[in-house]
Design a protein around this ligand. Structure first.
Ligand code: B12
Length: 315
């Protein structure tokens, strides 16, 4: 495999091809070590036991070392993919049960990894990652200037908002040394001051009261956690009126940066027949096998039934 460094012309070509695959922002950086400031922040998050039952978040060895994810990383590509669309908006309006906007269509893990792979597979050895490894994705997205960190914990692009997923390519080929790296100093307190300022809509609107002013989500109280990741009985003691049965987008919906809502018309993220049935509460004939290839499989049919039945939905 080619080990030559990546020159500007090749980088421009990769960017162009990624934009054609539907990615909106694409950024390159030479490999760097995760900063101590981030490590301190993350250790505090664990100390306060904010990870709830997500014990995989305790894997700091991998969280703090990109090379644990791909040992020969010399270059990092970060890309955003915006998923929200008109058809999902309509389905959310028309149907009684709400599904987070990213999850109505095909499973994004497969869809987006394939798209990134199509572009980078012949360029360098490496690994493509989205969501399912300990890679500190929001931190890297911030460092590579895809957006800023909002009080709701989301990585938000100042022009296009936060309805996007992050995908990374960790590549063996280095960048040519004369390139300017898109690798900024990250500081979330400055982000809050500069971009969120006095706004606290997400804090006030979160149905579970999961958002504090320090940008750390109390995962236990996040409806996304309760409806997707949590096993066992839903703990609804401090959940306000809510009809979300898979994920939750309230902290994004109320965010002023999503007012202009960057909508994508990518058909892979349009509502599938299964998700439409689920959002209507028609779960009788759905089996786990029907959920394969969709993001909904993470909760499974039992999880979706539990969410619909649970008191989390206070009419
Ligand atoms: C576990 C997890 C969850 C958990 C916990 C969420 C959480 N807030 O921690 C649950 C199930 C609740 C969840 C929910 C959602 N998730 Co999620 N999740 C993850 C996962 C796998 C790990 C996140 C993690 O490590 N959390 C621990 C906290 C401490 O870290 P963090 O939130 O990632 O980031 C913080 C630090 O990076 C810090 N930070 C950033 N830069 C810097 C710099 C310095 C100097 C310092 C000190 C700190 C700092 O600020 C961030 C906010 O606190 C990531 C994928 C990944 N591997 O990273 C996706 C990910 C974060 N999730 C994502 C999404 C889309 C969602 C939902 C919107 C889905 C939904 N609609 O229901 C919600 C959003 C809820 C919310 N407001 O956070 C996207 C976020 C994209 C974006 N634009 O931000 C990710 C990146 C997946 C992806 N590949 O796109 N998720």
């Amino acid at each position: 495999m080619n080990k030559k460094s990546l020159e500007k012309e090749e980088i421009d070509l990769i960017k162009k091809r990624l934009f054609k695959e539907g990615f909106k922002h694409v950024s390159f950086s030479t490999y760097f070590e995760v900063e101590n400031e981030f490590k301190k922040f993350y250790l505090q998050f664990l100390k306060e036991k904010k990870e709830a039952s997500l014990s995989y978040l305790q894997n700091i060895k991998a969280k703090f070392n990109i090379k644990e994810i791909y040992a020969n990383t010399n270059t990092i590509i970060a890309a955003s993919f915006f998923y929200h669309n008109q058809k999902v908006k309509l389905a959310l309006k028309e149907n009684p049960y709400k599904i987070a906007s990213y999850a109505w269509g095909k499973d994004y893990h497969n869809v987006l990894k394939k798209r990134m792979k199509r572009v980078v597979k012949d360029i360098s050895a490496g690994r493509i990652v989205t969501d399912s490894t300990p890679l500190p994705e929001r931190y890297l997205g911030r460092k590579l200037n895809i957006g800023f960190i909002g009080k709701n914990g989301m990585l938000i692009n100042p022009e296009n908002g936060s309805y996007f997923l992050l995908v990374f390519a960790l590549l063996e080929r280095p960048l040519s040394s004369d390139l300017i790296l898109e690798n900024k100093k990250a500081n979330i307190e400055e982000d809050f001051k500069k971009y969120c300022n006095n706004c606290s809509r997400c804090i006030k609107s979160c149905p579970g009261g999961a958002i504090n002013s320090d940008g750390i989500i109390n995962i236990e109280n996040c409806i996304s956690y309760q409806t997707i990741e949590m096993r066992g009985k839903v703990n609804c003691s401090n959940i306000k009126k809510n009809k979300w049965i898979f994920g939750c987008d309230v902290c994004q919906m109320v965010c002023p940066y999503n007012k202009k809502e960057y909508l994508n018309n990518d058909t892979d993220f349009y509502p599938s027949d299964i998700s439409l049935d689920v959002s209507k509460g028609h779960l009788e004939n759905i089996k786990d096998t029907h959920l394969f290839g969709t993001a909904l499989k993470r909760a499974g049919i039992e999880g979706l039934r539990r969410n619909i039945k649970s008191k989390i939905i206070l009419k």
